[in-house]
Design a protein around this ligand. Structure first.
Ligand code: HEC
Ligand SMILES: [Cu+2]
Length: 389
C-alpha cells in the first residue's frame, strides 16, 4: 500500500482550512486539494476547447447545418480510460481515509459524549462529567456518542472529523491529536481571572482564547441543525501533553469546585447521574424507587421486617451497595451500585440534598444546634469532607 503523498506544507493547508492538529488532517487536506486541482486542470482546457470549437465551427446566419457525426476510436479510448484511472485513484485514497477513520485502534482512551438540546456533555468515567473535551496528544481517543432527543453532529474542524450523534444508538469516532494546547502561566491566568471577578462576569472563551484552566483550545461544533440554539451548541477541545496531565485534570473536575455548596452540588448530581429517573422529589410519588421528599431522618421498613433510619450512613450504603438493605415494597427493582462512580464528597452532597428535602430534619438540626448537640454532627461533616480529599 502506498501512502498519500505529503503534497502540502502545514502552512499551505492553513490557507483554506483551520490549523491541522490530528493525524487525519494532512491526509484529508491532501486528498481534498488533489481532487480540486484535478477538477480545475480539466475544467479549464475543456471550457477553452468548448468555446474554441463553438466559434470555429459556427455557421453564418442562413447557412445549412451539417452533421459531422463520426468517431475516433483512439481519441475516445484516451479520454475515457485516462480519466477513469484518476477516478480510481480518488476512490482509493478517499475509501482508505474513510476506512482508517472507521477502524478504532485498540486501547484508545474512551470518552462518552452526550448531546442534548443544546449542550455537549463529556463523560470521563468515574465521577467526572464536563462540558469541555480534553484529550491527550499522540494517543488515540475514542468518542462513544449518543443524543437524548434529536440528531446532532459532532465536528472538530482542526482534527477533520465529523459524525452524527443520534438518539437511541451509539456512534463512534476516533482521532489522534498531534499538537498539545499551549498553557498560560499561573500568574497570567490569575491576572485574567481577577478581571472577571472584579467585573463579576463569567469567563469568555472567545475573548480570552483560553479556557478557565488556562489552556488554548480548538473549536468543537454541532453541525446538524437541531433547533433554536443550534448555533450556540459549541465547546472547546484541549489537548494535553501527557496522559498524566489529562488524568490529573479529569480527577480535579470530578470534585466539587470550591465555593459550590453541598446541597446545590447534590441536586446537580441527582439530575446528572440518573437518580432522577428512579427517585422523585414529590411526596408520595413512587417511581422505580422511593421518593426522597421528607425522607431524611425518618424510619424505613425493610423487606426482612427490620427497619433503619434514613441517615448519612444508610444513604451511603444504599448508593454503594443497594442490595444490602432493600426497602419494603421494592424487592423486584434493582438500583445499580454507584460504588467507585461517586466520591465520598459526592455522596455527602447527595445526602445533604436529600436532607434539604425534609424541612423537619432541618428544623430538628436547628434545635439540636441550640442545645449544643450539633458538635457531633459537625464532626461527621469534617470527617466526610476530609476523607474525600
Ligand atoms: C434504576 C432505578 C434507580 C436508580 C437509577 C437509582 N436508584 Fe436509588 N433506589 C432504587 C430502588 C428500587 C430503591 C429501593 C430498593 C433498595 O433499597 O435498594 C432505591 C433506594 C435508594 C435509597 C434508599 C432509599 C430509601 O428511601 O430508603 C437511596 C438513598 C438511594 N436509592 C439513592 C440513590 C441515588 C443517590 C441515586 C443516584 C446516584 C440512585 N438512588 C439511583 C432505584 C434506583
Ligand atoms: Cu445540535
Amino acid at each position: 500500500m502506498f501512502s498519500v503523498p505529503n503534497l502540502l506544507a502545514d502552512e499551505a493547508s492553513g490557507l483554506f482550512f483551520p490549523e491541522s492538529a490530528s493525524t487525519f488532517s494532512q491526509q484529508s487536506d491532501t486528498v481534498f486539494y488533489a481532487i480540486t486541482i484535478v477538477c480545475v486542470l480539466f475544467f479549464i482546457p475543456i471550457t477553452i476547447a468548448l468555446f474554441g470549437f463553438a466559434s470555429k465551427y459556427k455557421k453564418a446566419k442562413g447557412e445549412q447545418a451539417e452533421s459531422q457525426v463520426d468517431h475516433n476510436t483512439k481519441l475516445e479510448l484516451i479520454w475515457s480510460v485516462g480519466p477513469s484511472f484518476l477516478l480510481i485513484a480518488m476512490f482509493y485514497f478517499g475509501a482508505r481515509g474513510f476506512m482508517e477513520q472507521r477502524t478504532i485502534p485498540e486501547g484508545a482512551y474512551e470518552i462518552g459524549v452526550k448531546a442534548t438540546r443544546w449542550n455537549w456533555s463529556f463523560n470521563y468515567g468515574g465521577t467526572t462529567q464536563n462540558s469541555e473535551l480534553h484529550v491527550v496528544k499522540d494517543e488515540p481517543t475514542k468518542l462513544v456518542m449518543t443524543a437524548d432527543t434529536v440528531i446532532h453532529s459532532l465536528f472538530i474542524p482542526a482534527f477533520r472529523v465529523k459524525k452524527d450523534v443520534v438518539p437511541g444508538r451509539f456512534n463512534y469516532m476516533w482521532f489522534r491529536a498531534t499538537k498539545a494546547s499551549e498553557k498560560l502561566s499561573d500568574e497570567e491566568l490569575a491576572a485574567r481571572k481577577q478581571v472577571y471577578k472584579d467585573a463579576s462576569e463569567s469567563w469568555s472563551y472567545e475573548k480570552e482564547g483560553y479556557t478557565e484552566d488556562g489552556y488554548a483550545f480548538y473549536d468543537l461544533y454541532c453541525t446538524e441543525y437541531c433547533g433554536k440554539d443550534h448555533s450556540m451548541m459549541q465547546t472547546v477541545v484541549v489537548v494535553h501533553e501527557t496522559r498524566e496531565e489529562l488524568e490529573a485534570w479529569v480527577e480535579e473536575k470530578g470534585k466539587r469546585q470550591p465555593g459550590v455548596d453541598p446541597v446545590t452540588y447534590g441536586r446537580k448530581l441527582y439530575e446528572s447521574r440518573g437518580c432522577k429517573s428512579c427517585h422523585s422529589l414529590e411526596p408520595g410519588v413512587k417511581l422505580a424507587g422511593p421518593s426522597y421528599a421528607g425522607s431524611f431522618g425518618t424510619s424505613r421498613e425493610l423487606t426482612d421486617g427490620s427497619s433503619v433510619t434514613m441517615d448519612y450512613g444508610y444513604i451511603k450504603e444504599s448508593i454503594e451497595d443497594p442490595k444490602a438493605k432493600i426497602v419494603k415494597g421494592y424487592a423486584g427493582v434493582n438500583m445499580p451500585s454507584y460504588k467507585g462512580m461517586l466520591s465520598t464528597d459526592d455522596i455527602y452532597c447527595l445526602a445533604q440534598f436529600i436532607k434539604s428535602l425534609n424541612p423537619n430534619a432541618a428544623k430538628q438540626e436547628a434545635e439540636e444546634a441550640d442545645s449544643g448537640a450539633a458538635v457531633a454532627e459537625t464532626g461527621t461533616e469534617a470527617d466526610v469532607t476530609s476523607a474525600s480529599e
